[in-house]
Design a protein around this ligand. Structure first.
Ligand SMILES: CC(C)(COP(=O)(O)OP(=O)(O)OC[C@H]1O[C@@H](n2cnc3c(N)ncnc32)[C@H](O)[C@@H]1OP(=O)(O)O)[C@@H](O)C(=O)NCCC(=O)NCCS
Length: 329
């Protein structure tokens, strides 16, 4: 819970790259079918970066969309946080590349990596800076090019992920509005279930690691699915009880878009009707840290969020990790 100034989400932006890869395209690449992918995941297509494009390029476009919506210039940003599991480089931080590209000369910049929960953790972190009074405007970006980390010969993973970016601008709000509840969690004992094994300090890249495909995403899909179904319930319950609300009070649930069956399970458990949950996984697949801000952006564009609405953002991912944020719009 924020202890200082109230913090609101002033504006939101998003960007997805132009190339669309459909399930039918994937049928030509691996032993899969549109029917299997739709039935097991809800995904129909995903957007991919063009050759030469990287995560910071998507992040910059999402940031520009967000700043345009806020009607402010890059000089007014105090801090840029980029959440990504697929940064341009191990270092420098993608946030620094974004800062330079935006010409946000007076802003501090850093990255956060906590898998698909990245945007929730980054939003919670950015909110602390605004709440404490240290900064007035924090730009939080979730951006990913998971297509670069995907083994396109592994049908267990390659059908799931997509590229994209979303951004939110945090600023001081009025009492009772904005971010009213935050719950974050992690369980490192399950870290092995979802990882990119090689290329860093534990297992530096060698010809062998490349030959074995250890620089790609490795996942125990079934185990992660089980974890996700359970932790969505925990994350939603915790943040609701923190703000003294019940599932029936939710005006819009914006969940991480990893698998439609995981979202359906949470909605069924809490009795949340379809019209109160944002789903766009069919268009983008799992865009990791970008999925919640892209969904939030689209919900606003579609007029699904009104002033005073209770919006719940919730995500889970590698770590394993999870988090939820309650926002009074
Ligand atoms: C990956 C996932 C979609 C697989 O769905 P599932 O219903 O658990 O499927 P299973 O893993 O049981 O596989 C069932 C069968 O389909 C096969 N299969 C796997 N991927 C396939 C594909 N793309 N196309 C066709 N068949 C596929 C499997 O090989 C298995 O075959 P077998 O029974 O002959 O061994 C699902 O487990 C999932 O979504 N997990 C969570 C992933 C996630 O959210 N990760 C990111 C977290 S942020």
């Amino acid at each position: 819970m924020l202890k200082g100034r109230p913090v609101r989400i002033e504006a939101v932006g998003a960007y997805v790259p132009p190339v669309i890869l459909s399930n039918y395209d994937l049928e030509k690449m691996v032993d899969t079918s549109d029917e299997w992918i739709v039935e097991r995941t809800g995904i129909r297509e995903r957007h991919l970066v063009l050759p030469g494009m990287a995560t910071s390029d998507l992040a910059v476009n999402a940031a520009r969309s967000c700043l345009e919506s806020a009607g402010i210039g890059p000089d007014e940003i105090d801090l840029i946080i980029v959440a990504s599991a697929s940064p341009d480089y191990a270092f420098p931080a993608t946030a620094c590349l974004v800062q330079n590209e935006l010409s946000a000369r007076s802003s501090a910049a850093f990255d956060m990596e906590i898998g698909c929960t990245g945007f929730i953790y980054a939003l919670a972190t950015g909110a602390q800076f605004v709440s404490s009074g240290m900064y007035d405007r924090v730009l939080v970006i979730g951006a990913e090019t998971l297509s670069r980390l995907t083994n396109w010969k592994d049908r267990n993973t390659c059908v799931l992920f997509g590229d994209g970016a979303g951004a939110a601008l945090l600023s001081p709000g009025e009492q009772g509005e904005g971010i009213v509840g935050i719950h974050l969690g992690a369980d490192g004992s399950q870290a092995d279930l979802l990882k990119l094994p090689a290329g860093f300090s534990r297992l530096p890249a060698t010809h062998d690691t490349v030959d074995e495909g250890l620089h790609y995403i490795h996942m125990d899909g079934k185990a992660v699915f089980k974890f996700a179904v359970n932790i969505m319930d925990v994350a939603i319950s915790k943040v609701l009880s923190q703000v003294g609300k019940e599932p029936k009070d939710i005006d819009l649930l914006i969940p991480h878009q990893a698998n439609k069956r995981i979202i359906d399970s949470a909605c069924q458990r809490f009795g949340i009707p379809k019209e109160k949950v944002m789903v766009n996984i069919h268009k983008y697949g799992n865009t990791s840290s970008a999925s919640v801000p892209i969904a939030l952006y689209e919900a606003i564009q579609e007029g699904r969020i009104r002033k005073g609405n209770l919006v719940i953002l919730v995500a889970f991912g590698a770590g394993l990790s999870w988090g939820s944020i309650a926002v009074v719009w």
